[in-house]
Design a protein around this ligand. Sequence first.
Ligand SMILES: [Zn+2]
Length: 308
Amino acid sequence: MANPATGPAAEAPAGRKRQLRVAHLTDIHVQPELEAARGLEACFAHVQAPGESVPDGPPDLVITGGDTVMDAMDADEARTRLQWDLWRRAKADHCSLDVRSVMGNHDVWGWGKSKARTTGDEPLYGKRFACEQFGRALPYESFDRGGWHIVLLDSTFPHAESYIGRLDDGQFDWLTRDLDAVPATTPVLIVSHIPILSVFPLAAATAREEPGGRPTFQVSGQLVHTDHARIQDLFVKHPNVKACISGHLHVVEQVDYAGVRYLCNGAVSAGWWRGQHRGTDFGYSVVDLFDDGTVEARYVPYGWTARG
Ligand SMILES: [Zn+2]
């Protein structure tokens, strides 16, 4: 039976022209175990194989969506470096496309101080380790490509040796200025690791009863951006923000809300390399950006199955 999350790309309305094709590889979680690096290499090969994944043309750009490594937050420095080395080698040897990277919670080094045995004084503590791997100074950035403005956000905000989904105030101010500087006629794609908006946490939640017996859903602040409201207010001022793509949940989901498409795009590692996760296969998304500001995505399994 066909996976409803895959299938052919939507028919293009007459007259629109594709300006940019992005391969969105999120939640790679590379690690020495379960042949994960070989899986990542297979994914890179699939992305670039002529006619294989994308019969009507290869991607122009790869964006990795965060959680590049299995986990650095609770890992010591040696284990963290080992995982990043696997990522760097796979990218250097198996991907000739331009790669831009979003930071995920598992890419942050050592916030779980008791498990990671960090003090906080290490030169690469926190987001600096991943920034060094990504070759940039800040955990967020934006750039223009193919007539679109693309913003890569940093969703991971510290909370009690762990994290929640939120932009810090400095980044929010930067985003405000960044969007102000984009011409109103230029469409904007936002990429975050944690979804800015998602319905999945409701599907995954169990309703509990409040005092008085009213069933109520509880949604963890680790699953979606807890600052959705102020980001949404910003989007209202910038109707050229057309789509937000994310990962983190390891499921495929499309939510259209208030003129913005929110696409959660599965996971290269599916269920952390152990098998499918809630029916989501090992895969990546091909995201097409059109000149009329529309965005289409389809999820592409790359043929990996769990090892050992
Ligand atoms: Zn994550």
